[in-house]
Design a protein around this ligand. Structure first.
Ligand code: ATP
Ligand code: MG
Length: 263
């Protein structure tokens, strides 16, 4: 069972189960006010987490810290038990390779085909070319794009690009998968299928963190835990995380709650 504790409440000493730790993290862009403040939580290896909150609450900013695209302005951030803020820059690419990312705006490589975009993490990992085709074709088939392997991103719909982005993020079986609104552009049936893919990856041991407004999706993963951001602050992380997602989803469907707001 996945666990999530507010910082300071967990067991003391070195805890290898804590794959992600935020300790009093703050983030500001330039001279503006902080967009994230006093963020403290730790996530357990192999857990499945949803991050929710209204548009502008800071979800993408928090995920960027997590996948090391952004440094916090203050606080301590540990991945795999190591402080990634203080560590030498030369070590960061090695950490990034252990994290699969589905970006909110996909970020496919425009001059590469669907096949080559999905193959990218395997090639970066140094896998032999003859070993690449099988898994890439299988993955493309899984996301319903078996017939579009040669297509360039610009010729694909938003939902198709999103599925390529997901296939690329999961194919290398990362230790951590970070997905930012991964079902924002697909229909409910495909969303269900894609969440099945994340679940399968989670069963293989990957820790999953998904930012989403998609409440039915959240309800689909019975063992997942919730984190909710409100104006840059994590709302009662320990309390919120005690709610089973299904009941949180039902609550969120009532009017007046921040969950489920538009993009
Ligand atoms: N690069 C940036 N420079 C300056 N301000 C930024 C930058 N990126 C985000 N912000 C600001 O930080 C705040 C949080 O933005 P963020 O994108 O993290 O929200 P979000 O919860 O992901 O929203 P959405 O649900 O719309 O994707 C917003 O006020 C946004 O304007
Ligand atoms: Mg966002």
């Amino acid at each position: 069972m996945a666990g999530c504790t507010g910082f300071g409440r967990g067991r003391s000493g070195l805890d290898m189960d804590r794959i992600i730790q935020f300790e009093n993290i703050g983030l500001r862009y330039g001279a503006d006010d902080e967009v994230l403040s006093d963020i403290s939580f730790s996530l357990t290896t192999g857990g499945f987490y949803f991050l929710t909150g209204a548009s502008g609450a800071g979800k993408t900013s928090l995920l960027k810290l997590l996948y090391l695209a952004q440094r916090p302005t203050r606080g301590v951030l540990k991945l795999f038990g190591e402080d990634v803020v203080m560590m030498h820059r030369s070590r960061l690419p090695g950490f990034r390779r252990r994290i699969g990312v589905v970006f909110q705006d996909f970020r496919l490589v425009p001059h590469l085909s669907a096949f080559d975009n999905v193959a990218l993490p395997l090639r970066v990992a140094g896998m032999d070319e003859q070993e690449i085709a099988g898994p890439v074709e299988e993955m493309l088939g899984w996301v319903g794009l078996g017939g579009r392997q040669d297509a360039l991103p610009a010729s694909l719909s938003g939902g198709e690009q999103q599925r390529i982005a997901i296939a690329r993020a999961v194919i290398g079986r990362p230790d951590i998968l970070v997905a930012d609104e991964p079902t924002g552009n697909v229909d409910p049936e495909m969303a269900k299928r894609l969440i099945g893919l994340f679940e399968a990856l989670n069963r293989l041991g990957t820790t999953i963190v998904i930012a989403t407004h998609d409440l039915p999706l959240i309800g689909q993963i019975g063992h997942a835990q919730m984190m909710r951001l409100d104006k840059g602050r994590l709302i009662d992380p320990t309390g919120a995380l005690r709610f089973p997602p299904a009941s949180a989803a039902r609550e969120g469907q009532r009017p007046g709650l921040p969950l489920g707001s538009a993009q």
